[in-house]
Design a protein around this ligand. Sequence first.
Ligand SMILES: NC(=O)C1=CN([C@@H]2O[C@H](COP(=O)(O)OP(=O)(O)OC[C@H]3O[C@@H](n4cnc5c(N)ncnc54)[C@H](OP(=O)(O)O)[C@@H]3O)[C@@H](O)[C@H]2O)C=CC1
Ligand SMILES: CC(=O)C(=O)O
Ligand SMILES: [Mg+2]
Length: 752
Amino acid sequence: MSDDRSVQFSEREALLFHSEGRPGKIEIVASKPLTTQRDLALAYSPGVAVPVQAIADNPAMAYDYTAKGNLVAVISNGTAILGLGNLGALASKPVMEGKAVLFKRFADVDSIDIELKTEDVDRFIDAVELMEPTFGGINLEDIKAPECFVIEQTLRERMNIPVFHDDQHGTAIITAAGLINACLLTKRRLDEVRIVVNGAGAAAIACTELMKAMGVRSDHVIMCDRSGVIYQGREDINQWQSAHAAATDRRTLTEALHGADVFLGLSAAGALKPEMVKDMAPAPIIFAMANPEPEIRPELAKAARPDAIVATGRSDYPNQVNNVLGFPFIFRGALDVRATGINDAMKIAAAHAIAELARQRVPEEVAAAYGVAHVFGPEYIIPAPFDPRLMEVVPAAVAKAAMDSGLATRPILDLDGYRQSLRARLNPTTSVLSLAYEGARARPKRVIFAEGEEEVVLRAAIAFKEGGYGTPVLVGREEVYDKLRALGIADPTEYELHNSRVSPLVPQMVDFLYKRLQRRGYLRREIERMVNQERNIFGALLLQLGEADAMITGTTRTWAQSMREVLRVIDAAEDRTPFGIHVMVGQSHTVFIADTTVNERPTGEQLADFAEQTAAVARRMGHEPRVAFLSFSTFGNPKGVYLDNIRDAITELDGRGVSFEYEGEMPPDVALNPKQLANFPFARLSAPANILIMPGLQSAHISAKLLRELGGETVIGPMLIGMEKPVQIAPMTATASELVTLAVLAAGEIAR
Ligand SMILES: NC(=O)C1=CN([C@@H]2O[C@H](COP(=O)(O)OP(=O)(O)OC[C@H]3O[C@@H](n4cnc5c(N)ncnc54)[C@H](OP(=O)(O)O)[C@@H]3O)[C@@H](O)[C@H]2O)C=CC1
Ligand SMILES: CC(=O)C(=O)O
Ligand SMILES: [Mg+2]
C-alpha cells in the first residue's frame, strides 16, 4: 500500500485475497451431521419440535439447544468505516466480515456480520432490538458519533444481552491499557498527564471518558475536531462533546499540543505534523490510532522526537493499539458467564489484564516470532494480537468482573479450570502458523521458487515478497517478467530472476554437481544438460551455492520425481532418513501423519526416527506430542505378519528414553477416540494421539490424500523432513497460499 517498511500487500493482492475461492471471508459450517434420514428427522421435522417446545417452556434453554450462546452479531450501518468515513452499509461489509472472522480466530466466538441500510437512529435501534432472540451478544461497529451514543445507550436499556459499541469501549479499553503502561515507562502518574485527544467522535469520546474515570484530570484534557479545539462556549458542538469542552484559550491542534504529554489520535490520516510533535513535552506519548492510515507514521514521529513512545492501530509497527486486542476476549468472557451486559467493571478488568500481560515476560514462541524487542519498554507497551495468553487471561478477568458486579447469570465456579478450557479452545497450530509468519517478517529469508514460470508460483512469490516474509528468488526465463507484469507488478525487475541459460553461476554448478555424481554414472555433458534444463536441479544448486536460505518446488512434477531431482543435489541430513509429514488442522485439533511421502516399507528403527522427528516438529508447532503407531491390529489382535516393524519401533523408543508418550500398535479409532482408548487402560497415552505414525507408505499416503480430498480439514504439507538444507516439495495441486505457508515453514526451519 505504500513505500516503506510497513508495505505488506498491494491493492491487487487485497482484492484477490477477498475474491479468491469462495468470495468474502466467512461461511457457515454445520456442527451436526446431516447425512442420514434419521439425522434429518432429528435436526429438522419432526425432531426439532422437541427443543422448540423446551425453549417455549423455558427461554434459557435456547442456550442449550441452539447456537445463540456463542453467537455474536457484528452490526454496522457504515457511517464511520474505520477512518474512511461514511461509505454506506454495503461498503462496510468487508470490515464487518473481518471482525466476525477475528471473533472466531482469536476467541472461538461464532459471529456473523449484519449491515443495516439506514442512517435513521430509530429504525436502526428497532432492527437490532428485534434480533435479540438470535444472538448471545451484539457488537456495534463503525457507526458514527453522535448517533452511536443514542443507539448503544437505548439498545443497552432495551436488550437483555451484552450490547457493546466496539469503537467506543473496545478502543477505550486498549487505549487505557497502553496509556497505563506508557505512563509507567515515562514515570508519569495518570493524574498528572496532559492529554490532547484529536477526534471528537465515538472512539475519542469513549476513550476520554474512560481515562477520566481512571484518574486523568478533566482540566488536563483538550479535545479537538477538524475545526480545532473543543472549548467551552463553542457553539457547533453536540452534548457529548460539550461534556469535554476545555476551559482554554488555545484554539488549534498546534496550540493544544504545546507542552502536552500525550497525543491520542482517533481522527484521520496525517492529522499530526512533525512540527507539532516537536513541541510536545519530553518523552511524549503518541497514539496515532486512525485506520488504516495513522495520524502520523511512527518513523516521522520518531524522527521529530526520538524520545517519543509511539503506537498505531496497525499490525505492521510495534505497539498496535487496536480494539482487536479486546472485543474477541471481552465477548468470550461475557458469553461464558451469560452476562446480561458489559459494564465498566468488566471493561476496567480487561484493560488491567491487557496492561499487565505486556509487563510480564513474553513466551518464547511469541518473542521468537516477532523478533523485535518484546521486553516491556517503549517498543512494547501492549501485547501483540497473536499472543496466545490474551485468550487465557482477558476472558477470565472479564468473567470474574461480571460475576463480582452481579451481571453473570451463569457464574463459573472453577476459574482455574475455566482458564485451562480457554487455552484448549484455540488450536495452537493456528497461532503457531501466525507466529511463523510473523517470524518470517521479523527475519526475512531468501527462498528459491524453482518453478518461477508457473502462474501459481509467481502469485505465491508475489505474496511472499509483498507480505514481507522474505525475498523470492525465481528460477525461469526472461518471459517471467512479462508474466509478473500481467499479474500487476509495475516493475518486475525488482524480482530476482535466475535463468540457467545465462546464469554466470552455471560453471560453478556444473563443477559442483559433476564432483558429486561422477562416480554415480553421470558424464559431464549430462550434468551440463541437467543444470541447464532441470529447474529443480538448478534451483537446488542455487541453494547449495548459498544463493538462498530455502527452496520450494513441486507444482510441475510428481512429488516423487521432484524428490529424485532434488536428491541429486542435496543429501539427507547426517544420520537421517528423509520423510514426509501431512498436518491436518481442525478448529480445535491438529494431527500429524507420517511418513506420507518417501519410505515404502520403513524398518522399526526408521519408524522410531519418524516418531521422534515428527514429535520435534509438533513441539515447534505448539503441541505436546503423543504418538500412536497405527495398524489394523490392536495390541496383537488380530495377529498379523507385518507387525514386527511396529513392535521394533516401540522397543527402539523404549531404549532411547524419549520425552514424549508413544504407544502401539493400534487402529486410528483407538488412537483418536478417548472412549475406545479407555478400553485399553494399560495404554501409555494420557489423551488421544496427535501424531499418527503409519506402518508403511501405502497406508500413510492413502490416508493423507483421502483426508485432503474428503475430510474437509485444512491440510499443511506434505512437509519434507530430514534434508541437509531446507527444501520443501509442495503437492502439484498446491494453491498460492499453500506455497507461501510451506515457504514460510521452510525459511523458519519449522519444517526441517
Ligand atoms: N485503533 C483502533 O482500535 C481504533 C481506531 N479508530 C479510528 O478512529 C477514527 C475515528 O473513528 P470513530 O470515532 O469511530 O469515527 P466518528 O465518525 O465517530 O468520529 C470521527 C471524528 O474524527 C474527527 N476528525 C476527522 N478528521 C479529523 C482531522 N483531520 N482532525 C481532527 N479531527 C478529525 C471528526 O471530526 P469532525 O466532526 O470535525 O469531522 C470526528 O469527531 C478512525 O480513523 C478509526 O479508524 C476507531 C476505533 C478503533
Ligand atoms: C479498529 C477499528 O475498529 C476502526 O478503526 O474502526
Ligand atoms: Mg471500528
